[in-house]
Design a protein around this ligand. Structure first.
Ligand code: 2PG
Ligand code: MG
Length: 419
């Protein structure tokens, strides 16, 4: 390697489109010996405490600020010093929520720099971030049916029904099983007496006009059928994205397919579903301020991951609060909720130290980038939530297949014991 080949020589940005057709920021970083690029994803059911995606003035202002304030400071820095890069972004921004330069700009810079470092060094991104002994791949956690803010009118209130092939022996076998459940569910939906034309929501999950009850029944059936076919355990769970259902004024969760629920009723409803369908995973069952409700549910739920997404927003301070109140036993990691790789890593490290299961996740508005696959492995997340279908989702799955092949005989699936 030529000396100085990891030094940043050029930093530029442009806007491109995400999977929902919205503009997003893409950053490119050049070193003498390498190149990296990253475009930011976007949420629809965003948490209140996520960093701000773009400064006032929107994406065009973010581009301007990147060119004037961020790019000049990056030139000359060493791309392998991720902490310095991320701290520089925080310093330039000067706020605690990236409201000046935009969290999506920070995200794209952080990831593009990491990729530039890895290509300069001639090693895969996950090895650059975590070393050559890393070899555990996550189980895929894939969205097969859903509604909420990711779909149109009449779809279930519950945002996501997610399956995971927990008995699979390899990532490839697991990914294939998830795809089979997705396909099987389609044929079950076609047999139902509902208008179903194969419509899918933002993350590639089926999005028919269907009650929550019927959705539970059909997903459970599809999982059972495919589990029998493939001969190993497949489990399912949900992301309720409850902050989207919560009406703060009236203090109830407003459902369209069934009666609204008071917080206590919501907890009972979720506990009922966990035991009826043996759910192994429940994300955001309560709204993003209800740490106590999360704690009660975590205490009462048996053999189930109670996962905080909007509750924690990948933020180490929110997680500390959750640890104190004993809320959840799992959490979602989305780097653009905090803006940097180092910020996300800090949260993952604390989570692991306190026995929380970290789950690396896409956003509903995605790009075709594949960094997520590398970060999920580098951070040692036993589950990766990436969707099952759609080019932008498949891009991540395919990258995980490539990494599994690259690791060859050394590849292992994560250790995850539930129930
Ligand atoms: C979620 C995510 C991804 P969004 O709620 O977990 O599935 O959705 O990106 O819209 O926040
Ligand atoms: Mg969520």
């Amino acid at each position: 390697m030529a000396e100085g080949s990891t030094i940043i020589e050029e930093a530029r940005c442009r806007t491109v489109f995400d999977s929902r057709g919205n503009e997003t920021i893409e950053v490119e970083i050049e070193t003498l010996g390498g190149f990296g690029s990253a475009a930011a994803p976007a949420g629809a059911s965003k948490g209140r405490w996520e960093v701000v995606s773009y400064p006032p003035g929107g994406i065009s202002e973010a581009v301007k600020r990147f060119r004037e304030q961020v790019a000049p400071e990056l030139i000359g820095l060493d791309a392998i010093q991720q902490e310095t890069i991320d701290r520089t972004l925080i310093r330039i921004d000067g706020t605690d929520n990236f409201s000046r330069i935009g969290g999506n700009v920070a995200y794209a810079v952080s990831l593009a720099v990491a990729e530039a470092a890895s290509t300069s060094l001639g090693i895969p991104l996950f090895q650059h971030l975590s070393g050559t002994l890393t070899r555990r791949l996550p189980f895929p956690l894939g969205n097969i049916l859903g509604g909420g803010k990711h779909a149109g009118k009449g779809a279930p209130d519950i945002q996501e029904f997610l399956v995971s092939p927990l008995g699979a022996k390899s990532f490839r076998e697991g990914a294939l099983a998830n795809i089979r459940v997705h396909k099987t569910l389609r044929s079950l939906l076609e047999k139902e007496d509902i208008p179903f034309f194969g419509g899918r929501g933002d993350e590639g999950a089926w999005a028919p006009a269907l009650s929550n009850e019927k959705a539970f029944e059909l997903v459970s059936k599809a999982v059972e059928l495919v589990s029998e076919e493939v001969g190993f355990k497949i489990r399912f769970g949900i992301d309720v994205a409850s902050s989207s259902l919560w009406d703060e004024k009236s203090g109830v969760y407003v459902y369209h397919h069934e009666r609204s629920k008071m917080p206590g009723e919501q907890i009972d409803y979720i506990l009922g579903k966990i035991s009826e369908y043996k759910l192994f995973y429940v994300e955001d069952p309560l709204h993003e301020e209800d740490f106590e409700g999360f704690a009660e549910l975590t205490r009462k739920a048996k053999d189930c991951l109670i996962c905080g997404d909007d509750l924690f927003v990948t933020n180490v301070h929110r997680l500390k609060k959750g640890i104190e109140s004993k809320s959840c036993n799992a959490l979602i990691i989305k780097p653009n909720q905090v803006g940097t790789i180092i910020g996300s890593k800090e949260t993952v490290d604390l989570a692991k130290a306190r026995g929380y299961v970290p789950i690396f996740s896409h956003r509903s508005g995605e790009t075709t980038d594949t960094h997520l696959a590398h970060l999920a492995i580098a951070f040692g997340c036993p589950l990766v939530k990436t969707g099952i279908l759609g080019g932008e989702r498949i891009a991540k799955i395919n990258e995980l297949l490539r990494i599994e092949e690259f690791l060859g005989e050394e590849a292992r699936l994560a250790e995850l014991r539930i129930g």
